[in-house]
Design a protein around this ligand. Structure first.
Ligand SMILES: NC(=O)c1ccc[n+]([C@@H]2O[C@H](COP(=O)([O-])OP(=O)(O)OC[C@H]3O[C@@H](n4cnc5c(N)ncnc54)[C@H](OP(=O)(O)O)[C@@H]3O)[C@@H](O)[C@H]2O)c1
Length: 214
């Protein structure tokens, strides 16, 4: 699969690196591809992956992993150009990253969600909320005591959800379909709950939730 990572930070590099190791073509869309700060990332690229402008990376990809800070998300999507028909795996949370995060909490909720806002900003794109509810160290290794962390996803397009489920399962998650895109109104607070436990309650980032059925 041809994947573009928009937001080459903790989440983008972790997921991009793992998908590339699994054989996918992974490009990174960044604001200034010539910036020397990308040298280290460039040295890790596999299978012809490139560091491109956001627009070029998005244009070539089948799936776009969106992993930008919330306050850069609208600009990044605008830079992508039309994403009609493309799958967006939306890992963002509508929060302000940084020391005030636990005080400011979620910026959007209850009657809409970041994911629905992203869908509104990207007409025709197939938005799937995914990878927002655990920290990047869990994305690096989602197996705990031999069992997978769970990964709820949601979206309105069944085929797009199947693609993202497959990409998530490949990482080792127990991925499940939580419903329509509006379910992001629940998954984003669930992501905030993980942040609260990790950094507010002092658990640190090496934990995740697992699913049990009876
Ligand atoms: N950290 C986690 O464990 C975690 C877990 C789940 C979800 N999330 C969510 O995932 C998103 C990313 O988090 P993160 O921790 O990976 O953030 P991060 O390490 O700060 O990385 C964000 C990346 O986005 C890039 N960026 C910002 N604006 C951009 C734009 N307009 N176009 C292209 N790239 C842009 C930044 O580039 P520059 O470096 O050049 O500014 C940076 O590489 C956030 O929405 C966060 O809430 C994070």
């Amino acid at each position: 699969m041809h994947i573009a990572i928009v937001g080459a930070g903790n989440v983008g590099r972790t997921l991009g690196g793992r998908w590339a190791s699994g054989g996918h073509r992974v490009d990174y869309g960044v604001r200034n591809p010539a910036d020397p700060k990308h040298a280290e990332l460039r040295a890790t690229l596999l299978h012809g992956g490139q560091i491109l402008s956001v627009r070029d990376a998005a244009a070539a990809a089948e799936v776009i992993l969106l992993a930008t800070p919330w306050d850069g998300t609208a600009a990044a999507l605008q830079e992508c150009g039309s994403l009609a028909g493309k799958i967006i795996a939306d890992a963002t949370n509508p929060i302000v990253l940084g020391p005030e995060l636990l005080k400011t909490g979620l910026l959007i909720g209850h009657t809409t969600s970041g994911a629905e806002q992203i869908a509104a900003w990207s007409p025709g794109a197939l938005v799937v909320k995914a990878f927002n509810c655990v920290g990047w160290p869990v994305m690096a290794n989602p197996i705990f005591d031999g069992r997978p962390a769970c990964m709820p996803i949601c979206g309105d397009d069944p085929a797009a959800k199947r693609v993202v489920t497959s990409l998530s399962d490949e990482l080792g998650f127990a991925t499940f379909d939580a419903g329509a895109l509006a379910t992001a109104r629940l998954l984003e607070p669930y992501g905030m709950f993980w942040i609260h436990l990790a950094f507010g309650q002092g658990w640190g980032p090496q934990f995740a939730f697992q699913l049990s059925h009876r």
